[in-house]
Design a protein around this ligand. Structure first.
Ligand SMILES: Nc1ncnc2c1ncn2[C@@H]1O[C@H](COP(=O)(O)OP(=O)(O)OP(=O)(O)O)[C@@H](O)[C@H]1O
Ligand SMILES: [Mg+2]
Length: 300
């Protein structure tokens, strides 16, 4: 089932076309990476999903219901962490979540237990300080807790890791993975290693359109062109192979890699390894990395 469907959406601000015929869908239960360079239109798309910006053309469905600009009906399914979250900084995290529960009409006991549960999920259960003393990472964690408060079916996070150091990023990614138990996760980013770490499906946005989307494993398989790498026992054997195949790339002393080769080429290379009795310790297929896919997409 699809939790989110964005269908043929276009948007321009004045003369500037930002989205043109943008379509993608997010399967229920997935951790979905929405990837694009600065200014690609990620935030604009997310605000449209929330009904905060009107699309010029196209339709958006959340949990099968059509999003209407200016109405918040479909937002009962959605939790949202904006790119720069704002809080009442004089509150403690517990007070803040309680407050969020109250203004959405949550029953008192439910509010208490949900707050406790979510503070534990984001690792702030023992934090007594006021939010004004929080680091960026702590604020992002609190923001995710707030977005999850009403048990949304779809959690939307706009670049939740971009401003954080590697430790802070890992904490957020871990939280997103554990939220997968309760909700579908859509997050935007330009950090490909984050996507590679936790997403099972992605969409790359480029020039206002989706350049590539779908299940990450399937996408990688589709682009299996990739290559392989041979590690030799000593560097003289590596050099012998390089003499026959100057297009091989020497990596470190004893490794030769061939990128983007077909089966025949691989057989030719292995034939020479066998015939010349070159002693190898390892032959490895190279998977395409998300980075190589991304570069392939953006260079088209
Ligand atoms: N209200 C607006 N009025 C005019 N132009 C806008 C408006 N909002 C966004 N834009 C433009 O639309 C384009 C897409 O912006 P958007 O914020 O959606 O990109 P983004 O992918 O979120 O980028 P970033 O990675 O920097 O957050 C940008 O060129 C931006 O300047
Ligand atoms: Mg943005």
């Amino acid at each position: 089932m699809e939790m989110l469907n964005v269908s043929h959406v276009s948007k321009q601000f004045g003369e500037k076309k930002v989205l043109s015929d943008l379509s993608f869908s997010v399967p229920a239960g997935s951790v979905f990476g929405f990837v694009g360079q600065n200014g690609a239109g990620k935030t604009t798309t997310m605000k449209m999903i929330l009904g905060l910006i009107a699309a010029d053309r196209g339709e958006i469905y959340v949990n099968g219901e059509k999003v209407t600009y200016g109405q918040n009906k479909t937002n009962r399914y959605v939790g949202y962490l904006p790119d720069v979250p704002e809080f009442y900084s004089y509150m403690t995290p517990r007070e803040y979540l309680n407050f969020c529960g109250e203004i959405t009409g949550m029953e008192t006991n439910k509010n208490k237990s949900r707050t406790t549960e979510l503070l534990a999920l984001v690792g702030l259960e023992h934090e007594k300080r006021h939010i004004k003393g929080f680091s960026r990472g702590m604020k992002q964690r609190l923001g995710i807790a707030q977005a999850l408060m009403n048990q949304p079916k779809l959690l939307i996070c706009d670049e939740p890791t971009s401003a954080l150091d590697p430790v802070g990023r890992k904490e957020i990614l871990d939280i997103l993975v554990s939220s997968k138990e309760q909700t579908t996760v859509l997050f935007s980013t330009h950090i490909l290693s984050d996507v590679e770490r936790i997403c099972n499906a992605i969409a790359f946005i480029k020039d206002g359109k989706i350049a590539l989307s779908g299940n990450l494993e399937q996408i990688k398989n589709m682009h299996q062109a990739a290559g392989f790498e041979i590690e030799f026992e000593d560097s003289s054997d590596a050099d012998k192979l390089l003499f026959v195949f100057p297009d091989g790339k020497k990596r470190r002393e004893r490794n030769i890699a061939f990128d983007d080769v077909n089966e025949q080429k691989m057989m030719d290379v292995l034939g020479v390894v066998v015939n010349q009795k070159l002693a190898f310790t390892k032959i490895e297929r190279l998977e395409p990395t998300l980075e190589s896919l991304f570069l392939e997409v953006v260079s088209k």
